[in-house]
Design a protein around this ligand. Structure first.
Ligand SMILES: NC(=O)c1ccc[n+]([C@@H]2O[C@H](COP(=O)([O-])OP(=O)(O)OC[C@H]3O[C@@H](n4cnc5c(N)ncnc54)[C@H](O)[C@@H]3O)[C@@H](O)[C@H]2O)c1
Length: 117
C-alpha cells in the first residue's frame, strides 16, 4: 500500500488520460487506471506514463463489483476520481442501454464499493 494512491476510472478517455498524465508528471501519487476500454478508450494517450512504476492499468468494467472490491482491497486508495462514462450524446440516442449501464449502474456500483471499503 502507498499512502497517496488514487483510482482514476475512465483513465483511457479524453479527460481521464489528461488527468493521469498530470498526476504522474506533477505529483507523487500512485495512479490506478480502471478502464473497460470501450471504443472511447485509447491507451496510446498514456504512453508517456505507461512505464512509470507509480502507474497501474486495470482492464476493468466499473459495473463489475467483485473486480472493484478486489482493486480496493489490493491498492487501498485514498481517493477515487470517476471519469468513466458513456459520454457521447449522439450515441445515447442510437444506443441508450450502455449509458444506463455505465453512467447509472456503474456509478452506483463504484460508489457502493467505495462506501464499503
Ligand atoms: N470531454 C469534455 O469536454 C467533458 C466536459 C465536461 C464533462 N465531461 C465528463 O467527463 C467524463 C469523462 O469524459 P471524457 O470526454 O473523458 O469521455 P471519453 O468518452 O473520452 O472517455 C470515457 C472513458 O470511460 C471508459 N469507460 C466507459 N465505460 C466504462 C465502464 N463501464 N467501465 C470502465 N471504463 C469505462 C472508456 O473506455 C473511456 O476510456 C464524462 O462524465 C463526461 O460527461 C467531459
Amino acid at each position: 500500500m502507498q499512502k497517496n494512491t488514487v483510482f482514476v476510472t475512465g483513465g483511457a478517455g479524453f479527460i481521464g488520460s489528461a488527468l493521469i498524465r498530470h498526476l504522474i508528471e506533477n505529483t507523487d501519487a500512485k495512479v490506478v487506471n480502471i478502464d473497460k476500454l470501450t471504443y472511447a478508450g485509447n491507451l496510446q494517450s498514456l504512453e508517456s506514463v505507461a512505464a512509470n512504476p507509480r502507474y497501474v492499468f486495470s482492464h476493468t468494467d466499473i459495473c463489475d463489483r467483485a473486480a472493484l472490491d478486489a482493486l480496493f482491497a489490493e491498492h487501498r486508495p485514498r481517493g477515487v476520481l470517476h471519469l468513466a462514462a458513456e459520454s457521447h450524446v449522439d450515441r445515447s440516442i442510437t444506443g441508450p442501454a450502455a449509458f444506463i449501464e455505465t453512467n447509472i449502474v456503474g456509478t452506483y456500483t463504484l460508489l457502493e464499493a467505495a462506501r464499503q471499503y
